[in-house]
Design a protein around this ligand. Sequence first.
Ligand SMILES: *Cc1c(COP(=O)(O)O)cnc(C)c1O
Length: 367
Amino acid sequence: MGERINITRSSMPPYEEFIDAIKPLWDSHWMTNMGRYHNELEEKLKDYLKVDKISLLVNGHMSLEMIIQAFSFPEGSEIITSPFTFISTTHAIVRNGCKPVFCDVKASDGTIDEEKIEDLITEKTVAILPIHVYGNLCAIEKIEKIAKDYNLKVIYDAAHAFGESLNEVGIGNFGDASILSFHATKVFNSIEGGAVCFHDDWIYEKLYNLKNFGIRSETLVAEVGANAKMNEFCAIMGLCNLRHLTEAIKSRKEAFAYYCEAIDKIKGISSFRVLKPGEVNNYAYFPILVTDEASCNRDEIYDKLRADDIFARKYFYPITADQNCFRNKYKEVDLHVARDLSKHILTLPLYEGITRAEQDRVIKALS
Ligand SMILES: *Cc1c(COP(=O)(O)O)cnc(C)c1O
C-alpha cells in the first residue's frame, strides 16, 4: 500500500507569493466588504471567463441561492432541474421556497435530457436549472429555445465548467445567469468562493443587495439581504491561483490524457467526459463509466481502490431526488436513466501535480 491518494488536492500558489500578496492588508486593515482585491479579481475573471458581467460571492452555493432569489419567483414556483448533480443544486431551489421538478438525464453525458423538459412544464414553471455536470456541456441551444417559447429563465449550475467555452464563447454567457464555484476542491479556487455571471445590469445591483444586507449607504438599507461577500484573503488566493491556472490546467490535461490512454485498453470502462465540437475542456474531473462488460462492477472497483488507500468518489450517487431529505417529496418523474447512470459512474483522482505513479496505482485497480 502506498500513500493515500485523494479524489482531489487543492491547487495553491507558492507560499511566499501568497504571503507577499496579503502583506498590504496589514497596512490597509481592509479585510472584506468589496475591497481592492475583490474588485481586482472581478475584473480579472471577466477577462479569463470572457464575460461582461460578474458578481463574486462567498461560495458557489450562495451564488446559486442568491441568483434564484434575485428573480423573485412566487412561492411554490416550479424549477425544472436534473437530480444528477451535487446536492447544492437541489438545496438552492428548495431553500428559495420553490419546488424542484426533476428531469431525467441523457445516458450519453449525464446532462439534463432536453427532449424531456417540455413535458414537465406547467403554469407554475418559472425556470430551468441545468448542470454542466463534470464540465459536460448541456444542450444549450435547445434549452434556450424552450425557455424562449415558454418564457422561462435559464440558470446554469456551471460549478464544474469554470473557464470552459463553446466556439470561443465563455460558458458564463449562456442563459440568463450561470453560477461558478471557487471551492478549494475545484479547478480554480479562492479557498471558498463563487460567482454569478449574467447579462442584465439590474442583477449586479440585486446581488449586491442580497450579499450585503441590502445596505446602499450609511443610512439606507434598500431591501432585505443576507451576508455572502467574498473577503480579501479569499480574493487574494483567487488572484494568486489565477496567475498559475494555465500551468495547473496543463498538468491536469497531461494526467487526463494518461488516464484516457490506459482506459482505452480496459474492457467495459470508458471516460465519461464527453466533449462537444468547439468545446474547450478545463480537465476538472475524470469520471468513468463502468459498464456490465467490465470485469468488476463500479462498487467493486471503488472497494479495490479503497483497499489501496485510493479515494475515488461515486459522483453522483445517489441522485439528489433519492436523498433522505428529498425522497418522495416532489413530483413523481421517471428518472431511470439518472438512477442507472449513478450506479455505473466513478470519478477518479485528478488534480494538479498527480504523478504517473499515482495514476498507475489507480489504473491497476481498474483492470
Ligand atoms: C461545488 C458545487 C456547488 C457548490 O459550490 P460551493 O462553492 O462548494 O458552495 C454547486 N453545484 C455543483 C454542481 C458543485 O459541484
